[in-house]
Design a protein around this ligand. Structure first.
Ligand code: SAM
Ligand code: SF4
Length: 487
């Protein structure tokens, strides 16, 4: 570091190439501030105009910024209702009843940045700093496997201690922890943006998705929340992060914005713009979109000027569902159970369950209160995975721990389930059923087993005959104790 605490940025060979290639893709191709501002002045649409955009989305066609702006300007109650109904319909058509489950695993909260909203910011002396050592990491993974999890997202603060080789090594260690029938089959990452070389190293460890949230796409607001002399103060460097990931071969990336920092409508248009850019440049859009809302956090003073209320939050989820139909929408345990339930109806396709964000929290006792001094923010949903599963099953959802596509070499799977006719019935539903059967047999309570068995029968009933027979046979193998059956 330099005297002022500024990090010296050294360009690696891969990044020089990236910079050359980026020149052909100016930053405005990712987010064009003037275009977004102009679209935000768009008048409320007529019913016919709104219907045209909704119909386009229902054909599973990604929307342009202009078309998304029409949805944003449609603010009459009947218009909002029409948008929500269409989002729900589109969600059913693309994802069916499946909800993918995962858990976050916080690996280290050391941080050199000073993001005003985050408890991990370096100026916060009320937070207990900790990085999991190898034994603690294994204990956490074992505890997560014992709940039934198969898919994790590793979360890191930004610190030289968490360089790409450490992230890659952590990923390998997580995959290596196997106890009984427990195994983590897909490891995703939420960490600081890396150089092209860094992304390549992490990619080689076999990661699933790499997420980087822009927090706010509005540059002046970004500057207010992220001091310029910190690493994260580099707005453009962060905005181009997932381009660097793609150049390094990570073709599975997740974008996101932290809602509550600036005008939600601006962030929605910018997220759509970012997704369109990735699609144009790399032929593959983001695998997932996240839209966390600001939560209270230890040692953090929040400004409520841009806070997103409940009704607006549902509206923004429905609009994102319609605008980027192929992307998985993630809603974490920051939100309360009732909100998560409503959001799943409107478009959310992935949630976490049994979440702990205090470092080392999974291996501690489940009934222990989370330790606020080690948490990034406070959670809205503190239910166990089993409680989340019971609710999903009783609401008629098909909880899925499936990780098949990525492991069968079908990357860009979100495009398959979205674009290949019959893909969901041939692959997603059977794979979801195999993983649900495993969960019920290895970890389920008697209530979960009863509800799960009924759901499995209903789902089998709805499959075409040829697929149903093969699925029943494979389910029989799972019941006999075979694990990791996948197509
Ligand atoms: N340190 C890395 C970074 O900043 O990209 C990755 C991990 S950070 C722990 C994960 C995300 O948590 C951030 O990108 C931010 O959107 C979110 N976050 C931070 N503070 C929050 C708060 N008070 N409420 C809700 N989400 C928050
Ligand atoms: Fe550090 Fe990330 Fe928190 Fe910012 S959001 S202070 S970079 S952990």
């Amino acid at each position: 570091m330099t005297k002022k605490g500024t990090l010296k940025k050294t360009a690696l060979p891969g990044d020089v190439r990236a910079a050359d290639e980026d020149a052909a893709w100016p930053i405005q191709d990712i987010v064009d501030h003037s275009l977004i501002e102009k679209q935000l002045t768009c008048k409320r649409p007529s019913s016919a105009e709104l219907k045209r955009v909704i119909d386009r989305a229902l054909q599973k066609t990604p929307l342009t910024i202009e078309q998304t702006a029409v949805l944003l300007a449609a603010d009459q109650p009947a218009q909002v209702e029409a948008i929500c109904a269409a989002a729900s319909q589109l969600k059913d058509a693309v994802y069916g009843k499946r909800i993918v489950l995962f858990a976050p695993l916080y690996v280290g909260n050391l941080c050199i940045n000073d993001c005003a909203y985050c408890a991990f910011k370096r100026s916060n002396d009320r937070i207990k700093r900790k990085s999991l050592d190898a034994d603690q990491l294994s204990a956490e993974v074992r505890a997560l496997e014992a709940q039934g999890h198969k898919r994790l997202i590793l979360v890191f603060g930004e610190h030289p201690k968490y360089g790409p080789e450490v992230i890659a090594d952590t990923v390998r260690r997580v995959y290596a922890v196997k106890e009984g029938h427990g195994a983590i089959r897909r490891v995703n990452i939420n960490a600081a943006p890396l150089s092209v070389e860094g992304f390549r190293q992490v990619h080689q460890a076999g990661i699933g998705t790499y997420q980087v949230f822009q927090e706010t796409y509005h540059r002046p607001t970004y500057g207010r929340y992220h001091p310029a002399h910190t690493q994260k103060g580099d707005y453009e460097g962060r905005l181009r992060a997932l381009d660097r990931a793609q150049l390094a071969g990570v073709d599975d990336v997740g974008i996101g914005a932290l809602f509550g920092l600036y005008d939600w409508r601006y962030e929605v248009l910018a997220l759509v713009s970012h997704a369109l850019h990735l699609q144009r440049r790399f032929g593959v859009g983001p695998h997932t979109i996240s839209f966390p809302r600001l939560r209270p956090a230890l040692g953090v003073m929040l400004d409520s000027k841009y806070a997103v209320d409940h009704a607006t939050f549902m509206r923004l989820i429905a609009i994102l569902r319609l605008a980027v139909p192929y992307a998985g929408l993630i809603l974490t345990a920051r939100e309360e159970p009732q909100i998560r339930k409503e959001a799943m109806r409107l478009g959310v396709s992935q949630i976490d369950g049994g979440t702990r964000i205090d470092l080392g929290g999974y291996a501690g006792h489940r009934d222990e209160q989370p330790c606020a001094a080690a948490e990034q923010f406070s959670l809205g949903d503190n239910r166990s995975l089993s409680e989340v599963m019971q609710q999903l099953l009783s609401d008629g959802y098909l909880p899925s721990f499936c990780t098949a596509c990525y492991r069968q070499g079908r990357t860009g799977e979100h495009f398959m389930e979205f674009a290949v006719p019959g893909f969901i019935k041939r692959y997603c539903t059977p794979n979801a059923l195999f993983t649900l059967r495993e969960y019920l047999d290895d970890y389920g309570s008697s209530e979960e087993r009863t509800a799960g068995q009924q759901l499995i029968e209903e789902q089998l009933e709805a499959l075409p005959n040829s697929v149903r027979q093969k699925t029943e046979q494979a389910l029989g193998r799972v019941e006999q104790g075979e694990r990791d059956v996948r197509w």
